[in-house]
Write a protein that binds this ligand. Structure first.
Ligand SMILES: [Zn+2]
Length: 273
């Protein structure tokens, strides 16, 4: 059974490549999320400002969209703090590149915009079709950062979307998340769905030989990740699963979803309880 290959760059993930360049793999049609968060019906009212990063990049966003999805923004913009008065939220420690992805998601429900014009209206090859339909122009590390942003700002549906896109990229690239392991374990807590994704990806696809080969040298994998992989293997009866690329592609993504609903409503129900 083929195992994922290691990423080639030490600092960033390899860009997504058309799946059909490797084994003519075609992403199967997946079962949609069993508990999707409904999109807000009427929230395009007031405009607020979100100032991001050291460069103080300003984004103008509908307040209703932010406060519907995010408990953090609901607390800031509907509360009695400075942000509630100015209707300006400053995020100096967040990255503009991450918020640009969030901004795209807030208005499209996607983490990226698909190509405006596919390569061909009637693709002649599977690769050409794939390039137009599924190619994800986001690196794995950026997707992980979007998940962490959603986690910190309490936006469950954005976490789910990041998990879905990360899963898609791992399937299409068939490249293990070697260089994301430290980031994931440094920016999430025990039990995080993102930790479960990378742990299951290892336990169900790598195999012992690859795991040792990739971790040799000790720099790639945090200790907590290694322990989680051992626990996952134990839960699998003490053996690596080897479900392969197609098996990984068909895995139920809801295993890694947060189905608690829109974050803003969570915050309001909590504060009014
Ligand atoms: Zn789900």
């Amino acid at each position: 059974m083929a195992t994922p290959t290691p990423a080639t760059s030490a600092m960033s993930a390899t860009p997504a490549t058309p799946a059909t360049t490797k084994d003519e793999f075609v992403m199967p049609v997946l079962v949609p999320c069993s508990h999707p968060t409904p999109w807000p019906p009427d929230c395009f009212d007031d405009i607020v400002s979100v100032i991001v990063g050291e460069e103080k990049k300003a984004f103008r966003v509908h307040k209703g969209v932010l406060t519907y999805h995010s408990a953090f923004f609901a607390a800031a913009l509907d509360g009695k703090f400075k942000e509630g008065v100015t209707q300006i939220v400053e995020l100096p420690e967040d990255e503009v590149s991450v918020f640009q992805v969030v901004y795209c998601w807030l208005y499209t429900g996607r983490l990226y915009n698909p190509p405006e014009h596919p390569p061909s209206s009637s693709p002649s090859t599977a690769a050409e079709h794939f390039a137009g339909a599924e190619q994800v122009p986001l690196f794995e590390t950026l997707i992980c950062k979007v998940f962490v942003f959603a986690d910190m700002k309490i936006i469950p549906e954005l976490k789910n979307k990041a998990v879905d896109v990360l899963h898609l990229v791992t399937c299409t690239n068939w490249t293990f998340l070697n260089h994301q392991a430290h980031y994931i374990y440094s920016n999430t807590i025990d039990g995080s769905p993102l930790r479960k994704v990378i742990t299951d990806f290892a336990a169900k696809s790598l195999g012992c030989e690859s795991f040792i080969k990739f971790s040799r040298g000790g720099a790639l994998y945090p200790t907590a990740f290694c322990l989680d992989v051992i626990a996952a293997i134990h839960s699998q009866g003490g053996k690596w699963d080897h479900i392969g690329r197609e098996g990984w592609a068909k895995i139920d993504r809801c295993l890694y979803h947060d189905h608690s609903g829109p974050g803003g409503k969570l915050r309001r129900s909590h504060t009014t309880a």
